[in-house]
Ligand binder design. Structure first.
Ligand code: ADP
Length: 486
């Protein structure tokens, strides 16, 4: 089977969050099952091309009509961890992708609408033997109606859409439909945003896709409720027959403490001594006081409301008051939140037990922090899947999480879970409150200080668990096969 992913991110060259890991990991896993796979992305000028192999400009060029203007598009090809990538590069009259960051431009909707159209145009000309096109988020949701209305007569394929986060739906004026050449009057009723005059790109993507999934089973149930459906709960229920939830995996060839080149000390579950050496090394790099007995807690995430901002702040204070050390790694696209954390950093400026690294993205350092920390917190208000807790497990770092979405599907409390002796791999709590987080951290610290045997067993159980793409990729492949054989 030939499968093409159309995505706005791929790790590590164009990464903002989990979507990037999924494009790479799922793509590689589906290829590993014997399929032909490639990924189509925008040719951002901010691509981290140092990770690519054989980046080359192909000898092809075509026109894409957008908003009444003919754009000249070139295509680049490269290889990343064995996957073929193709990059859409509009050159004239302007490039849509010459911004310093992947998202956050005023014309994001136009940039990705153009990308969706250009990717389909490229496929119809050069890759029309594709069996299945897999699109992601609102950024590429327009591929589904574009295929149905404009390209179906040119080649035969099926479309699957993955929703990584219902918080982002691509709500915009309906003229975007006209700009990509769709019939605005015909399609507006299908994708109207509530009673407004706007349209919703996720809605139109759901309507026209053959199959849709969220990135964990629990989140799939959650988006059918008003709290997490973000206004689309009824629409999801109406489309229930073509919806499912499939848990994300992580790529164990990339996230593997035994082989990880970003680490000074490699280790495995039977040889944890080097994990502690990694902790020493991290502290040395960050100029934090050395003491093996002191627990080191981390949080690695985009600092957005979804991630539980108040709870993250409370976790920092609680850790420092409990003789622990904290490394916060991430930054916020929201100026007020960023400022709050910078103020917290100032407050702790003479406390070397607290480190704030406001780096929007640094792949190697993230690996070193996963390896060096003892605990990782995810106090999310909601979490479609969450990858940081899965990476933490693999690196022997115990997750402390709120029971929501994919966090609830993957982390089982070592004290309160009914089968904790078999599956206990972390600490978790339900109420989205600072108090509940603090109580849970207190339990985690108590176990760390008073029961090193149980702590080590929990690390080893977590490292032993299989959250690779193996079983999830099979679930995707089963759906692809059913769609393609229809
Ligand atoms: P989301 O997609 O909501 O951002 P996920 O937990 O699904 O959250 O995925 C986050 C991914 O981004 C993980 O691979 C994590 O390691 C990575 N990440 C988060 N912050 C940073 C950072 N500052 N530098 C490098 N990687 C980061």
């Amino acid at each position: 089977m030939k499968v093409i992913y159309i995505s706005s991110e791929i790790s590590p060259i164009a990464k903002v969050g989990g979507l990037a890991d999924v494009s790479l990991g799922l793509g590689r896993a589906i290829q590993g099952l014997g399929n032909e796979v490639c990924v189509i992305l925008p040719k951002y000028t901010c691509l981290k091309t140092k990770y690519l192999e054989n980046l080359q400009l192909l000898d092809i060029e075509f026109k894409v009509p957008f908003a009444g203007v003919d754009y000249t598009v070139k295509v680049w090809k490269a290889n990343l961890h064995g996957l073929n990538l193709f990059f859409i590069d509009p050159t004239k009259p302007k490039s849509f992708f010459d911004s310093p960051s992947i998202y956050g431009q005023r014309d994001d909707i136009q940039r990705f609408a153009f990308f969706s159209l250009a990717a389909l145009e490229y496929i119809s000309r050069y890759q029309s033997d594709v069996n299945l096109i897999h699109i992601n988020e609102w950024h590429t949701a327009l591929v589904a109606p574009l295929y149905a209305e404009k390209f179906k007569s040119k080649f035969d394929t099926k479309i699957m859409l993955t929703l990584h986060n219902m918080n982002y739906q691509g709500i915009t004026g309906s003229t975007i439909l006209k700009k990509v050449g769709l019939n605005q009057d015909k399609l507006r009723p299908v994708c109207r945003q509530g009673s407004t005059s706007k349209i919703n790109l996720i809605k139109i993507g759901i309507h026209f896709s053959d199959y849709i999934n969220t990135v964990s089973p629990k989140y799939y149930q959650e988006i059918k409720t008003p709290k997490n459906g973000r206004g689309l709960e009824d629409f999801v229920l109406e489309n229930d027959q073509k919806f499912t939830g499939i848990l994300n995996g992580i790529d164990y060839e990339i996230w593997n403490p035994k082989l990880d080149k970003a680490l000074k000390w490699n280790y495995s579950r039977d040889q944890l001594e080097n994990k502690y050496a990694s902790k020493d090394h991290l502290r040395e790099m960050l100029r934090m006081p050395q003491s093996r007995k002191t627990p080191l807690v981390t949080c690695i995430c985009r600092l957005v409301p979804q991630k539980g901002i108040r709870m993250i702040k409370r976790a920092i204070t609680h850790t420092l008051n409990s003789n622990g050390q904290f490394v916060l790694f991430g930054s916020s696209p929201i100026p007020k939140i960023q400022e709050d954390f910078e103020n917290l950093q100032k407050q702790y400026s003479d406390n070397t037990n607290a480190q704030f690294i406001f780096n929007s993205y640094n792949e190697e350092l993230s690996h070193q922090i996963y390896a060096g920390a003892d605990m990782l917190i995810c106090p999310s208000i909601f979490e479609p899947c969450g990858l940081t807790q899965l990476i933490a497990l693999q690196y022997g770092t115990i997750p402390v999480v709120r029971q929501t979405g994919g966090l609830a599907d993957t982390i089982f409390d070592i004290e309160t879970h009914e089968r904790s002796g078999e599956v206990g791999n972390g600490f978790s709590y339900l109420p989205p409150t600072q108090k509940a987080l603090e109580q849970t951290l207190r339990r985690a610290f108590k176990t760390y200080f008073e029961n090193p045997t149980l702590w080590k067993e929990t690390i080893q159980r977590g490292m032993n668990m299989d959250f690779s793409w193996k079983s999830s990729a099979l679930k995707y492949f089963e759906i692809y096969s059913k769609l393609v054989s229809k």
